[in-house]
Design a protein around this ligand. Structure first.
Ligand SMILES: [Zn+2]
Length: 326
């Protein structure tokens, strides 16, 4: 279940491997992306950056085609993979309509915005949702996931980035990708160096009728918190997940935002290592305060950790009934 820290780390890894290098290989299982590649080749462009925006990952490509002729490289690799592979889930999921209040929905008609021989900068925007992930491999290295889960491949001379089960993907003309649509609708990004905590608090307060657990998941309030951090942040802040935002004092909301910032920052620190942790304890079995610990004793007070499904999508929520109050 990718959260902001996971996407941030993935983007950083991809950026280090790919940025500054020319694309020598592009394949995709998604027909709209393949069509863009046919019209306006990705091969030959330079990867300028890979960035995380909340839970979106944006891969930026130059407008200059500097490598070998794209049609030649496609012919050499046997043509676009989309011409040979069809995935049962792909066409329907591409057109799937998300819930109206889901700011993370990406309209795949966006891919149609890039048509003809567009030679300017391009951006590939992907969202991992529940099961998507990006891996980085050396050319020829065996993939850790089955090839049938491949949705997008972006390769350079030295590395191959593979998007597995990435359910949402679209190309955008790159110049304004960060200023539009879903990304523009995101609240302050917890992993952005310029994170605006006061603005995040204001946006939470604007959701006065929501429960705090749901408000923390609303990426338009602040971007980067997923279901694990939701429960962990509320535990550390001592706030009960079903408390309604409008009833929570501003100081407590401010504290929650600070805790969220600290927890996410700690989970992307270079020294962090593997696995998500909020307790500061190194043992993997002791890494989290409450998430996934329903029925077990609270690490602080020994009270049995409670569990409920909450809000849109019935996302699991864990909390300590004693340490957390409305
Ligand atoms: Zn407790």
């Amino acid at each position: 279940m990718p959260e902001g820290d996971t996407i941030f780390r993935a983007a950083r890894t991809l950026h280090r491997a790919l940025a500054g290098h020319v694309v020598t290989r592009f394949e995709t299982a998604y027909a709209p992306l393949a069509r863009v590649h046919d019209d306006t080749p990705i091969t030959g462009r330079t990867i300028e950056a890979v960035e995380a925006h909340g839970k979106h990952m944006v891969m930026r490509f130059s407008g200059d085609v500097t490598g070998p002729d794209a049609s030649l490289s496609r012919a050499a690799s046997g043509g676009p993979l989309s011409a040979r592979l069809q995935f049962a889930d792909a066409p329907s999921r591409i057109g799937r309509t998300m819930a109206p209040d889901s700011v993370l929905a990406i309209r795949h008609a966006d891919a149609g915005r890039v048509g003809g021989a567009w030679r300017g900068p391009l951006a590939l925007r992907t969202h991992m949702r529940m099961h998507g992930s990006w891996h980085i491999y050396r050319p020829g290295e065996r993939w850790q996931r089955p090839p049938r889960q491949m949705r997008i491949v972006v390769g350079t001379a030295d590395f191959v980035a593979v998007g597995f089960n990435v359910p949402d993907a679209a190309f955008e003309r790159g110049v304004d990708v960060g200023a539009r649509d879903t990304i523009a609708a995101l609240g302050p990004d917890l992993l952005d160096p310029a994170f605006d905590a006061a603005e995040a608090v204001r946006r939470l307060q604007a959701r006065s009728a929501m429960t705090i657990a749901e408000a923390l998941l609303d990426q338009r309030a602040l971007a980067g918190i997923g279901n694990v951090f939701k429960s962990e942040v509320l535990f550390e802040g001592g706030v009960e997940p079903f408390a309604v935002v409008g009833t929570i004092a501003e100081e407590r909301l401010t504290a929650l935002v600070a805790i969220a910032w600290r927890q996410l920052a700690a989970n992307v620190a270079p020294s962090h290592g593997y696995g998500r942790r909020t307790t500061g304890r190194l043992a993997p079995s002791e890494g989290l305060w409450v998430y996934g610990r329903g029925g077990r004793p609270c690490r602080r007070c020994g009270t049995t950790i409670a569990f409920a499904k909450q809000g849109f999508g019935a996302r699991p929520t864990y909390w300590c009934p004693r340490c957390q109050t409305p």
